[in-house]
Write a protein that binds this ligand. Sequence first.
Ligand code: F6R
Length: 365
Amino acid sequence: DKFPYPHFMAKEIHEQPETIARAINQFLDMTTGALRPLPSLDFDFTTLPRITAAACGSAYYAGATAKYWFENYAALPFDIDIASEFRYRHPRLTEGGLALMISQSGETADSLAALRHCAANGQHIASVVNVEESTMARESATIFPLLCGAEIGVASTKAFTSQLAVLLCLALKAAQARGTLEPEMLHKRIAALMLLPAALSEALKAEPQLKQVARRLAYFHDVLYLGRGPFYPLALEGALKLKEISYIHAEGYAAGELKHGPIALVEKGTPVIVLAPTDELFDKTLSNLKEVTARGAHVILITDPPGAEIAGGDAAEIIVMPQVDPAIAPIVSAIPLQLLAYHTAVERKLDVDRPRNLAKSVTVE
Ligand code: F6R
């Protein structure tokens, strides 16, 4: 039941402070901050040579974000492919490696085919999956459930953020096992995770402002999303969310790629959504923001309070997110992207929960 929300998507967006707490609590005692032991695994993070991940759509973007966490925090090589591309490129799998599948439904045909390819080639198989009775869950030696409850809206929202949260927890467990993060840094990241549900509640408060922004966005034909580092896959996710439910053409780009082509699209009034909280890449993204502003773009900047202060006059609109540890900032930034897509589709009077041509789970190739 979606009551009191007009759509399941709205309900699922607003559930995220609770669903994320449930996902994290599997790995972390949310009151004491102690990392819990993992269930028995058929692999060992300390000696694992490589993780090979494959997924589709939003689940792929969750994996693409997790690559930054596993490589930065756990010094663990992490490959990620779109599942439909994976097995046809004859990937060279590392002996003793872990194949990590990411899926809400656990029934996505290409993701299952990738899983089977890895299993046939001797990889350990684990999946980050919501539906625990799914084919993917059954065919995995280890499952890391999302625990976000049934997701009814076709566009993934709470499953996406739970995928991110589970993957971040796993990266921190791997970092702990491998001794690749200084204890203070590990504790900082754990403390940040404990604050994540509250940070998502805070982020949801931007809804009235995002609804206003969406009122204008609804009448454009092309929207660009830019981000760097882990905000690059988030930019891709924001663009996917907008196109699938509002049918507005949207493209996500790594901000550094702007000058290599996409800046040619920018003309007076072009909406450009820039994801840039204050991290070590902020200045670089800010200079990209100034480049598009100088060409007349209507920049909607999603940042934190210090970012808003610095970027001030260069963006047409600023959506201020809470200031959080860089580890969890990508998860927080998913909220305004979802709300923006949702309200844009509502403004266009579209069937938000059942967008045209899309199915909740894609069980054919
Ligand atoms: C986007 C969306 C899809 C799914 C993709 C994978 O909002 O919902 O892109 O993320 O079809 O589905 P699962 O996670 O069920 O494998």
